[in-house]
Design a protein around this ligand. Structure first.
Ligand SMILES: Nc1ncnc2c1ncn2[C@@H]1O[C@H](COP(=O)(O)OP(=O)(O)OP(=O)(O)O)[C@@H](O)[C@H]1O
Ligand SMILES: [Mg+2]
Length: 240
């Protein structure tokens, strides 16, 4: 069997996304390659979710080109998307992962081992038989992560994975993301939490009004931001 095509790099080229006559996103060029996580930050309505959805191929740009591994319209075989509020199936935790494994045609005989491995990775060993919808918000977020990893993605796009979690739950999601990144999965996440971005990201993209105003290495972004917007955003002073 031929190795599946790669979804990396993910490239945006002169992308415009409009809703009616309103421009929601307008970015020149952006390349996302393998490496440490990329954090997308910016005020409410800046276009973070839109950018991630375009990156997954859930939205079509009005103009420009998006390519995955230099292919346009590539089927989402090696990428996964984690929604801000993941919806669990009315099954056990193991059942939710089993469903995802079955959907990518993992042989039945391998699924039990993979379920145990994925639950261990997200810190939910022993939760196999728990009804997924009864898990806490943080546990559901980690189960959703395990479910999306069942697809063995190269790129994992996450929309505010730590929103509405308390600091301890957010931290355990961050720990899982770090472990996933260390396995070689490229993580792209949007977040309102500058602490999460600082702890996790290798590079930071600041969106403002649908445009990328700064894209820097994390260290530069936080220590020596190049733009006035980045300084103001970090001071809590850039609201729309
Ligand atoms: N289909 C649509 N029709 C009309 N407006 C839209 C549509 N999709 C997004 N928008 C608008 O585009 C802007 C960007 O939305 P988006 O959800 O990408 O922002 P965001 O940065 O994720 O915001 P938040 O931090 O609140 O999640 C918002 O003003 C939103 O209302
Ligand atoms: Mg959003």
């Amino acid at each position: 069997m031929r190795a599946p095509d790669s979804d990396l790099p993910l490239q945006f080229d002169r992308i415009e996304y409009r809703a009616g006559n309103r421009s929601i996103l307008d970015i020149g060029s952006l390349t996302i390659s393998n490496g440490a996580p990329t954090a997308v930050i910016g005020p409410n309505g800046a276009g973070k979710t839109t950018l991630l959805r375009l990156g997954m191929g859930l939205l079509e740009p009005g103009a420009g080109r998006i390519t995955w591994g230099r292919r346009q319209h590539a089927a989402p075989v090696r990428r996964a998307f984690l929604f801000q509020r993941p919806v669990m199936l009315m099954r056990s935790a193991a059942g939710n992962i089993d469903y995802a494994l079955a959907s990518v045609k993992t042989p039945r005989g391998e699924r039990k081992r993979k379920i145990a491995e994925l639950l261990a990775l997200v810190g939910l060993s022993g939760f196999e038989d728990r009804p997924a919808r009864r898990l806490s918000g943080g546990e559901q977020q980690r189960l959703a992560l395990a479910r999306s990893l069942a697809r063995d993605p190269e790129i994992l796009l996450l929309d505010e994975p730590t929103a509405s979690l308390d600091p301890a739950a957010a931290k355990s999601v961050e720990d899982v993301l770090r472990a996933v990144a260390n396995r070689g999965v490229k993580i792209v996440l949007s977040t309102h939490d500058l602490g999460t971005a600082r702890r996790l990201a290798g590079d930071v993209i600041l969106l403002h009004r649908g445009r990328i105003v700064e894209h820097s290495a994390s260290e530069t972004f936080f220590k020596q931001p190049k733009t006035e917007e980045a300084r103001r955003f970090q001071a809590g002073d850039l609201l729309i």
